[in-house]
Design a protein around this ligand. Structure first.
Ligand SMILES: *Cc1c(COP(=O)(O)O)cnc(C)c1O
Length: 377
């Protein structure tokens, strides 16, 4: 059986977790946590990285930091994971879902511009499959209208856009370390910031609305309740696991990219025959092989192929059901403009198995099964 995903483990994580236990410090912002934050700050070139219990939690922090509230509108793609929308719906904002560019499945800047009103508070972009959105264009729109640009870079660690790390280009960025992502600690995330005022407030939000971080640094002699907040800290046990993954980030990335390229090369003939469409990586975008997806000519073909692969014990999976067509999506938001691509393209998309430890021969087996499907069809 070839599963869709196996959570990444290098083998040295248990040693680090034992060290955290021995050090008798298990709550957030311990030495493994700080080491991981420093790694992120250095490797992504951002002023501040904070570890959070999930990317969902980091997105919630961005919504609070952007002062999003009832009456505000937030623009995002409908083609995304629920957390992108939930974080802003929780603050009472109305979600304005817009269409995607079918070549990357990323938010369409022209649709973003058309959805802006005087109530727009923020644009949230999602770097789908770890491939950057058209950030120059979207940044220009955000600046012109003086609104926040937030990057859901959940899938984007180790990817760049014109040399800049995803999640560090807009005003705020978030990363996920969920077990389905390239680098993991089970459940975890990070918030990336560059602005000093946002950093100061984020430290307070993370510590239940108190200035405990300043107290720990010895800047104040007691800590008190300063602002709203929550427990947005990652446990040191998770941070220990994560720090090992970050130490091996280059090696994990290279292996994933190699398997991604194996799929890409081997499936090219099927694209040339017009049976499938392969992912497109625009120039000046460096991706991290988060996902290898193909698109069939219709939803029916996609579903038949998915079933066929299951019969061969290969787990290939679909997603996302566009948020604007969901119960909560209808309640908390609405689609602005024409749904030209979101519904049609998402229904054709199939994600193939890709994980650290996937072998070349596994890829060959998956590719052969896909070729057989189209031969018999
Ligand atoms: C995985 C993912 C999330 C949520 O990440 P968690 O760490 O599980 O909260 C949010 N947005 C996108 C685009 C994702 O892929």
């Amino acid at each position: 059986m070839i599963p869709f995903n196996i959570p990444c483990v290098t083998g040295k994580e248990s040693v680090a977790i034992q060290q955290a236990i021995t050090a008798q410090k298990l709550s957030g912002n311990g030495s493994f946590g700080n080491k991981s934050c420093t790694w992120l700050e250095k490797n992504l070139s951002c002023e501040r990285a904070m570890l959070t219990p999930s990317c969902t939690a980091a997105l919630e922090m961005t919504a609070i930091l952007a002062n999003v509230g009832p009456g505000d509108e937030v623009i995002m793609p409908s083609y995304t994971f629920v957390s992108t929308a939930n974080a802003f719906a929780l603050r009472g904002a109305t979600i304005r879902f817009v269409d995607i560019d079918p070549t990357t499945m990323n938010i369409d800047p022209v649709a973003v511009e058309a959805a802006i009103t005087d109530k727009t508070k923020a644009i949230v972009v999602v770097h789908y499959a770890g491939v950057a959105c058209d950030m120059d264009h979207i940044l220009q729109i955000a600046e012109e209208h003086d609104i926040f640009l937030i990057e859901d870079a959940a899938q984007g660690l180790m990817s760049t856009y014109k040399g800049k790390a995803l999640g560090t280009i807009g005003h705020m960025g978030t990363i996920s370390f969920h077990e389905t992502k390239n680098y993991t600690c089970g459940e975890g995330g990070a918030l990336l910031l560059n602005d000093s005022e946002l950093i100061e407030r984020a430290e307070i939000l993370q510590e239940k609305g108190t200035n405990r971080s300043q107290f720990i640094r010895g800047q104040v002699d007691k800590y008190t309740w300063r602002d709203v907040g929550s427990s947005y800290l990652l446990s040191e046990l998770n941070a220990a696991y994560l720090s090992v993954q970050l130490d091996h980030a280059e090696e994990i990335n290279e292996q994933r990219l190699a398997r991604w390229e194996d799929y890409n090369q081997a499936l090219k003939p099927l694209m040339e025959d017009g049976e499938i469409v392969l992912p497109h990586i625009p120039d000046e975008h460096v991706h991290n092989a988060h996902m290898f997806y193909i698109k069939a000519d219709s939803e029916a073909t996609r579903n038949e192929l998915m079933d066929y692969l299951r019969d061969q014990e290969i787990m290939a999976v679909s997603h996302y059901v566009p948020l604007h067509s969901s119960v909560a999506g209808n309640k908390y938001g609405k689609f602005i403009g024409e749904d030209t691509y979101t519904s049609v393209e998402s229904a054709k998309l199939l994600r193939l198995p890709l994980y650290y430890g996937l072998k070349e021969e596994d890829v060959a087996y998956v590719v052969k099964a896909i070729q057989q499907f189209f031969d018999f069809k």
